[in-house]
Design a protein around this ligand. Structure first.
Ligand SMILES: [Ca+2]
Ligand SMILES: [Ca+2]
Ligand SMILES: [Ca+2]
Length: 304
């Protein structure tokens, strides 16, 4: 009996601990990458290296990201090429770097949705100096970096939805430093969930005469997964057109109410080659959905 009651207490304690743990552990991890070439992944994220920067030797404050948006610098930095206008780097890299002679610190602001980023840094002076990279939450990586061909990589990645918004770089050496060889991972927007639609409910093929001055009925069907009555009619677009009216009715006779829309045929962004059309909408709760059905444009285009 005593063992049983101890076990019961232990189990209760474990359950309590599990419940008290936060649901997610949003966290940013920093990695000292050293002088080796950049990895293909940082944590769970696939990295995309920045492409060549075609600009000449010129002061810049932004670098375009391959996944959209810009990385912005807090100071103007001189665009250089390793081996041409900048002496050395590491692991054979000969691409773009960005150099500050006067400042010892720069803050990089990331494009929205950045979940991982790496950069390399090297002091101007041909000697070892500490270079520290710090992200907005205080996570930092410090390395002693050799100005003679020892550019070191600094990698940061977020898990459970953590994003990287800024990275501050500080070089302990005089006469500045260069940063470059960037790589990035950003969140991939999820496509909206699909819902079932029926163009011209009850008829098939869904013939549309683009010369017609009439309307095309399109139903969003209620299924086990989706209640069509939750759609906000003001957000509905079908082939580029807004509905002229909407009604709730059971268009397929299965006992639940579907949402039926009518669209002016002349407003549809369809042509002779269209084979399908898509309806997009938001629910009253603001969630995007979309559905696609086939269309058959009539009369058929004469064969040429
Ligand atoms: Ca149909
Ligand atoms: Ca149904
Ligand atoms: Ca129905």
């Amino acid at each position: 009996m005593r063992v049983d009651s101890t076990m019961k207490t232990l189990m209760t304690t474990i359950v309590a601990v599990l419940i008290l743990s936060p649901a997610s552990h949003a966290v940013i991890t920093g990695i000292a990458m050293g002088t080796v070439a950049p990895p293909a992944t940082l944590g769970p994220h696939s990295m995309t290296p920045f492409p060549d920067d075609a600009r000449p030797v010129v002061d810049v404050t932004t670098v375009a990201s391959p996944s959209g948006g810009d990385v912005a610098f807090s100071i103007a930095m001189s665009h250089r090429k390793v081996g041409v206008t900048w002496l050395s780097w590491s692991h054979g890299y000969t691409g773009d770097v960005y150099f500050s002679k006067r400042e010892r610190s720069v803050t990089l602001t990331m494009p929205a949705g950045t979940i991982a980023f790496y950069l390399y840094a090297e002091p101007t002076m041909l000697d070892f100096y500490d270079i520290t990279a710090t992200v907005q939450d205080g996570t930092s990586v410090i390395q002693s970096v050799d100005g003679l061909g020892g550019a070191c990589g600094y990698g940061f990645y977020g898990t459970d939805g953590s994003e990287i918004t800024t990275i501050q770089l500080d070089c302990a050496g005089p006469d500045g430093f260069a940063i470059g060889e960037f790589g990035i991972a950003t969140v991939i927007p999820e496509p909206p969930p699909t819902v079932e639609i029926d163009i011209k409910p009850g008829s098939y093929p869904n013939s549309i005469n683009l010369g017609s001055k009439g309307v095309v009925p399109v139903a969003v069907l209620t299924t086990d997964d989706f209640d069509a009555s939750t759609i906000d009619p003001g957000t509905v677009q079908f082939a580029g057109a807004s509905p002229v009216r909407s009604t709730l009715e059971d268009v397929d006779g299965d006992g639940d109410r579907d949402m039926l829309f009518h669209f002016g045929t002349q407003e549809l962004d369809l042509d002779q080659d269209s084979t399908e059309a898509t309806l997009t909408a938001k629910t009253k709760a603001g969630h995007s959905v979309q559905g696609t059905d086939s269309v058959r444009i009539v009369p058929r285009k004469p064969k040429s």
